[in-house]
Ligand binder design. Structure first.
Ligand code: FEO
Ligand code: CA
Ligand code: CA
Ligand code: CA
Length: 571
């Protein structure tokens, strides 16, 4: 395991106490401070349309989206060169890159009541406002002389939303299953939850609960859900966004837009340094309710992407590139287009297997015509192989010693415990850990349960519903929560010493929010995190980040966190 220096604990800050960690405004350790950055509705760049509520569709297209979630900070430095990005990403010698960078941030969702000020859209224009509030923002940010971070004018700042042109790549790219009879080009990304970043300096955004934006309206009487629709949770009314009523692209019952729904549920690659790049949906990574896409470099310099499918009883996946990522790129092959997708099976004895999802397997060839169809319905392929149903896999992170951690946020419907999901029901979640036999590229692994949330209840280490996760280079594990916390707490950011399993609370959000998204400067002196759905959008609960004495809608925003003594975040 990792040894802390001089035997000191890795986590030495004074934590936020149970008594402090609640209410309509955030609390932070007295050793730290925070600044609010890029609330929903602020202009993407200086000079853009100013915040007003509710926004118009055209303004929202040029403003920060809602539902702040996964994000990555990409440092900007004169010395940065293509190809050596990963080596430098977490090094101290970045200099200017600790004060200046591109921030790519997901905008997972915002309810109509918050975005539009009404529960259901009344026009296509309303739908466009909602669609423009979803997606991704890329902003250029810089630390000012007074220490505050601000957006600056940028060639590459942009909004990517539900109507932005995208393209497909990988084994399913030219499949008929990704074409509609209408012939409309692929557009947009939605419900962008967690994220990842590649060694070559791009951002990965992940489409999670995409099913909820589709419905069946215009030919409702004749529409019935297919097996594939049911496995992915499509239904007549979706989640109540009502897009399908005014935008036929989201109407499952419109024959002109058959297969449109297959165009969502992918991992999407975005170049944060090229505002003109068309985002790429990487089909080799499968179609699931993608939580995140955590990239690491494994044996033989192959890239490995760990991914959770966040639904009760769904699975954990990994993708392994066909070869050395540097060589693949030198040969003009994208490392995320060629490789093997696996799904995890956790055995009762603490061992596990990665099961390859390939059409070469006769059991899968019996169900699917080709690899493209298999990937489009990845969940069904994983069902056939007997993957282990988990308690809602959320984020994955890879520690420097090659331990991999994954949050299993909760599962209210579990009636039978197994070794990997030991609570039934699992009201508060747990964190599982594994180590691959072949440096992330193998077909076997050993695993254990790292933490069970319920064990912390009634103590100062209390947390529930772990979701966001990041292992730092020193052996700290950062844990973010999304769900009903116990002991009177709001959702929170905790730091765990993985040597001792001691947990300290660094930050708590505001009533009704979740704490998510985790990005860091190369020197680890500046941390970015988010509050999502503060007050669940209800101004009578909180007005945050506005002062608490007015009546304004609460807004999702980013927090810039620093240690008062200038130290490494988490120390
Ligand atoms: Fe969007 Fe599973 O959290
Ligand atoms: Ca999440
Ligand atoms: Ca969650
Ligand atoms: Ca969320």
């Amino acid at each position: 395991g990792l040894k802390s220096r001089r035997g000191r604990s890795l986590v030495n800050f004074t934590p936020v106490t149970l008594a402090e960690g609640n209410g309509p405004t955030p609390s932070i350790s007295p050793d730290y401070e925070y600044q609010v950055l890029i609330p929903w509705g602020e202009p993407l760049e200086p000079g853009g349309p100013a915040y007003s509520w509710p926004p118009t569709a055209e303004d929202q297209r040029q403003q920060i989206g809602i539902g702040h979630d996964g994000m990555t900070f990409f440092p900007i430095d004169r010395r940065m060169q293509e190809g050596d990005y990963s080596d430098r990403l977490f090094r101290k010698h970045w200099g200017q890159g600790n004060r200046h960078g591109m921030l790519a941030i997901n905008h997972e969702f915002g309810r109509n009541s918050t975005v539009l000020g009404k529960d259901f859209p009344e026009s296509l224009d309303d739908v466009r406002t909602s669609q423009h509030a979803h997606g991704v923002a890329v902003v250029e940010i810089k630390k000012q002389r007074n220490g505050e971070w601000q957006q600056v004018e940028s060639e590459n700042a942009r909004r990517i939303h539900v109507n932005t042109p995208v393209r497909f790549s990988g084994p399913a790219a030219s499949s008929e299953l990704l074409k509609t009879p209408n012939g409309n080009i692929p557009l947009g990304t939605v419900n962008n939850c967690s994220n990842g970043h590649t060694p070559w300096g791009t951002y990965l955004t992940c489409e999670e609960n995409f099913n909820g934006y589709f419905g069946a309206t215009h030919n409702k009487a004749t529409w019935t859900a297919t097996e594939e629709h049911e496995r992915y949770g499509f239904s007549e009314n979706g989640f109540g966004y009502g897009w399908h009523v005014f935008d036929r692209r989201f109407d499952l019952s419109d024959p002109d837009y058959k297969n449109e729904e297959n165009r969502f549920g992918w991992v999407v690659e975005i170049d944060p340094f090229d505002g003109t790049q068309v985002p790429v949906k990487r089909t080799a990574l499968g179609r699931i309710k993608h939580e995140g896409a955590t990239v690491t470099v494994g044996k033989d310099n192959r890239v490995v992407v760990y991914m959770g499918d966040d639904q009760r009883f769904d699975y954990i996946y990994k993708f392994v590139s066909a070869g050395d990522w540097v060589e693949m790129r030198a040969n003009g092959v994208d490392p995320l287009d060629e490789g093997t997708l696996y799904v995890a099976k956790f055995n009762e004895d603490g061992t596990g297997e990665w099961l390859p999802l390939t059409i070469d397997n006769p059991a899968l060839a019996a169900r699917f015509a080709d690899q493209a169809e298999l990937l489009t319905f990845t969940r069904i392929a994983a069902d056939i192989l007997g993957a282990t149903p988990m308690d809602r896999p959320e984020w994955v992170t890879v520690a420097p010693n090659s331990d991999v951690y994954c949050t299993l946020t909760n599962n209210s419907r579990r009636t039978e415990a197994d070794a990997a999901n030991p609570m039934a029901p699992n009201a508060d979640g747990h964190i599982i850990r594994w180590r691959d036999t072949e440096e992330h590229t193998g077909t076997n692994f050993a695993w254990d349960i790292f933490l069970i949330a319920q064990d912390t209840h009634g103590t100062e280490e209390s947390f529930s519903d772990p979701d966001g996760l990041w292992a730092d280079p020193d052996g700290r594990l950062f844990v973010q929560t999304d769900g009903g916390q116990k002991d009177g707490l709001n959702n929170q950011l905790l730091v765990v010493d993985t040597n001792t399993k001691e947990i300290r609370r660094l930050f708590t959000g505001v009533t009704g929010d979740e704490i998510t998204g985790l990005a860091i400067t190369p020197d680890r002196r500046t941390l970015f995190i988010n509050t999502q759905h503060p007050g669940n959008g209800d101004p009578s609960v909180t007005n945050f980040p506005a002062p608490q004495d007015g009546v304004t809608v609460p807004r999702d925003c980013t927090f810039v966190i620093t240690r008062k003594n200038g130290g490494v975040i988490g120390s």
